[in-house]
Design a protein around this ligand. Structure first.
Ligand code: PMP
Length: 453
């Protein structure tokens, strides 16, 4: 990977960078091949470096600042909670924690009324799978190849994408299958109906050959995020729900990325009218201001642990600062109509504008998404759909995507880039003017990608 950020010329920026380079061991990176930007500050949809260079953040951090950076009401709520009760152990009833759980349970689909708090998304997935295995007494979990569920051991084992390869210990009991993705159909489908029917049949066959009574859970992202924002065809998730019911399998929906307004609804499950048995969340629950995640639990699974202890917990589970941030964030989202705003801006402004870009740029193979959750699939050839860079490319092979990202940054836009895709995932409360500014920069960066077609 080629370092892409601008060097910091200011003395404080240089000092921050020097200490980072000397002592911070960064995630998912070859330590000597990265050059992290030293960030001096952030507000709303923007952040800036120590030289005053400002970037419009079309990544929402790692798709978590759903209400942007430094929302004054959330910052005030964290300060207020810090003044009153900075921390407290999990085994007590704490106002901020009870209130956060109530507000989350009120918004989760169906009857998911109990909330187990974690520190983030991966540990939420870990615990959801543990609950499913203990509830069913079965060993296996089925997950999709095109998926990301987190960086801890069990979560990375159920992950489909290449981040699993180096650390997969081949844990017994994880079986992967293909979820629907019409643009690159594994099922030779030409319509969404075919893709849906064949993907469900493939899942049924996988279950039949694995032995239904050995399968504890099927885990899916409601709309797979990092793997490409592939909105499932109508009927797919309802079909999986029906299959799970028929075989006594726990249906886990991972809404760590898609939840809390990202798709223009509180939870993406609502778009498809499905209610899972367990649902994981994190990120947008408090815009990532203080680490928080969790699992929303159905009454039947909660009942399993009514008289027998649930064997699992975390020291900082439901940390008061994180929960106070969640209460304030959910309050801001409700008061400011952030979810409705994301839905309207997605369907009236962002979706049409991205399709218009796709019509003009030969490098755009497909546009897909909803709300503030969009992906552009970049290709060398729109007919053959050959990706702009090979799967999991690094170094020179990844040069076209690196050039695209560098061009976006030159135009003041911080893009989300993953393999041959750019995801357009700004804060859910981004303004229309900010969106248009970002789209103009994206237009310019796509012209660079076009030179590789
Ligand atoms: N599940 C999904 C769908 C995610 O997108 C992510 C993070 N990108 C995770 C789980 C893991 O969350 P965390 O990084 O907070 O552990």
């Amino acid at each position: 990977m080629t370092p892409q950020s601008t060097p910091d010329s200011s003395p404080s920026g240089a000092a921050v960078k020097a200490a980072d380079r000397a002592h911070v061991f960064h995630s998912w990176s070859a330590q000597d091949l990265i050059d992290p930007l030293a960030v001096a500050g952030a507000e709303g949809s923007y952040f800036w470096d120590y030289d005053g260079r400002r970037y419009l953040d079309f990544t929402s951090g790692l798709v978590f600042t759903n209400i942007g950076y430094q929302h004054p009401k959330v910052v005030a709520a964290i300060q207020e909670q810090a003044g009153r009760m900075t921390t407290f152990a999990p085994a007590f009833a704490i106002e901020a924690r009870s209130e956060a759980a109530r507000l989350i349970a009120e918004r989760t689909p169906g009857d998911l009324d109990k909330i187990f708090f974690t520190n983030g998304g991966a540990d939420a997935v870990e615990h959801a799978l543990r609950m499913a295995r203990l509830h069913t007494g079965r060993p296996k979990v089925l997950s999709a190849y095109r998926s990301y569920h987190g960086g801890t051991q069990q979560a990375v084992n159920v992950t489909g994408d290449p981040r699993r390869w180096a650390s997969d210990t081949g844990t017994a009991g994880v079986v992967r299958f293909w979820a629907p993705f019409l643009y690159r159909s594994r099922f030779h489908a030409e319509t969404e109906e075919q893709e849906c029917a064949r993907a469900l049949e493939h899942l049924e066959t996988t279950i039949a050959f694995e032995g239904p009574a050995t399968i504890a859970a099927i885990v899916l992202e409601t709309i797979p995020g990092t793997a490409g924002i592939m909105v499932p065809p109508p009927g797919y998730l309802a079909g999986v729900r029906e299959i799970c019911d028929r075989h006594g399998i726990v249906f886990v929906l991972d809404e760590v990325m898609a939840g809390f307004g990202r798709t223009g609804t509180w939870f993406a499950a609502g778009l498809f009218g499905v209610v899972p048995d367990l649902m994981t969340f994190a990120k947008g629950v408090n815009s990532g201001y203080v680490p928080l995640g969790g699992v929303a639990i159905s009454p039947a699974i909660a009942e399993t642990f009514a008289k027998r202890p649930y064997p699992g917990g975390l020291t900082y589970s439901g940390h008061p600062l994180a929960c106070a941030a969640a209460v304030a964030t959910i309050g801001v989202m409700a008061e400011e109509g952030v979810v409705e705003h994301a839905a309207r801006l997605g369907s009236d402004v962002l979706g049409p504008a991205l399709r218009e870009l796709a019509a003009r740029h030969p490098s755009v193979g497909e546009v897909r998404g909803t709300g503030m959750f969009w992906a552009l699939e970049l290709v060398r050839d729109q007919q053959t759909r050959e990706p702009l860079v090979p799967y999991n490319a690094t170094g020179e092979a990844n040069a076209p995507m690196a050039a695209f990202a560098a061009a976006a940054k030159r135009h003041g836009l911080w893009p989300f880039v993953n393999m041959n895709r750019t995801h357009v995932v700004p804060p859910c409360n981004v303004s229309e003017a900010e969106l248009k500014e970002g789209l103009a920069a994206l237009d310019a960066a796509l012209s660079v990608a076009d030179t590789y077609t």
